[in-house]
Design a protein around this ligand. Structure first.
Ligand SMILES: [Zn+2]
Length: 276
């Protein structure tokens, strides 16, 4: 009986993460930060395991986000490594450019790195982990399965997050969804498939809910095509995660932002402006 009551209570907590009514929440703001540009040489070869597109170049963006919740700051994704500043990476698949570091962008809105107390990372790819080391005081929030995959790598493959993987920083290993501030305002959504522990982020602003995709999708055309890149770790999980993401967005009437989609940059105020 007790077990059943506990299970019911846990179920209730899980539900409240995405269904919580607007409780008394502190003021929230959401900024979009520039985290790089990607000029892909052949979007079909790079991004489709079903040859969905003509062979053609395509421009994608890298996006990171800062969320202020009262006096707390959550940085969502940390972009390409700052070493790319002034030194674009030109390789056979794409050209990657970084125009400004996160630390410099945050300085424009008066936020110092040590004020960022939480860094949430959607998944372990290098275009999302690149500048995490500039926020060593923050607690790292990341999917447990992605952290396990990183720990299984040789040391060089762990470098971006070595501070946390080595025990130097606090870590929350996220299983399922995570209600970041325990008030339903910001929820990491468990959407595996791109990587084993991949998450997107639901942000309930006063102006309405926003869903930041992580890499559930990389660009808008993928939504209709159910486009899965050849490098996703699990195709079936990817499709199931797209289904959950779309249904949740529809039912919450959320503003959906695909983080790599250039056309979605304009869905939030241009930096240093913020959505509230
Ligand atoms: Zn990415």
């Amino acid at each position: 009986m007790l077990k059943r009551a506990v299970a019911a209570a846990i179920g209730f907590l899980a539900l409240t993460a995405t269904q919580a009514p607007p409780a008394a929440r502190p003021a929230m703001s959401l900024w979009r930060l520039d985290c790089g540009d990607f000029q892909i040489n052949d979007i079909n070869a790079f991004m489709s395991d079903t040859s969905e597109y003509p062979a053609r170049p395509k421009h994608l963006v890298g996006s990171c986000y800062l969320i202020r919740h009262g006096d707390q700051y959550l940085l969502w994704d940390t972009g390409m490594p700052a070493a790319l500043l002034g030194h674009p990476d030109v390789n056979p698949v794409m050209t990657v450019t970084l125009h400004a570091s996160l630390v410099d962008q945050l300085a424009r809105i008066g936020v110092r790195p040590e004020q960022v107390n939480l860094v949430g990372i959607s998944h372990y790819h290098g275009d999302h982990t690149g500048q995490a080391r500039d926020f060593p005081n923050a607690r790292l929030l990341m999917g447990a399965a992605d952290l396990a995959a990183l720990r299984a790598r040789p040391a060089a493959g762990q470098a971006d997050l070595a501070h946390w993987l080595s025990g130097g920083g606090q870590v929350t290993e996220v299983q399922g969804d995570l209600d970041v501030f325990n008030d339903g305002s910001v929820v990491m959504l468990n959407l595996p498939g791109h990587t084993p522990g991949h998450h997107a982020l639901l942000v309930r602003l006063a102006s309405g809910p926003v869903m930041l995709s992580g890499d559930t999708y990389h660009f808008a055309e993928q939504v209709a095509h159910r486009g899965v890149p050849p490098f996703n770790t699990n195709r079936a999980e990817s499709l199931a995660s797209m289904d959950r993401f779309d249904r949740l967005a529809r039912n919450l009437h959320a503003r959906v932002i695909i983080q790599h989609e250039p056309a979605d940059v304009g869905k939030l105020p241009a930096f240093p402006g913020a959505a509230h």
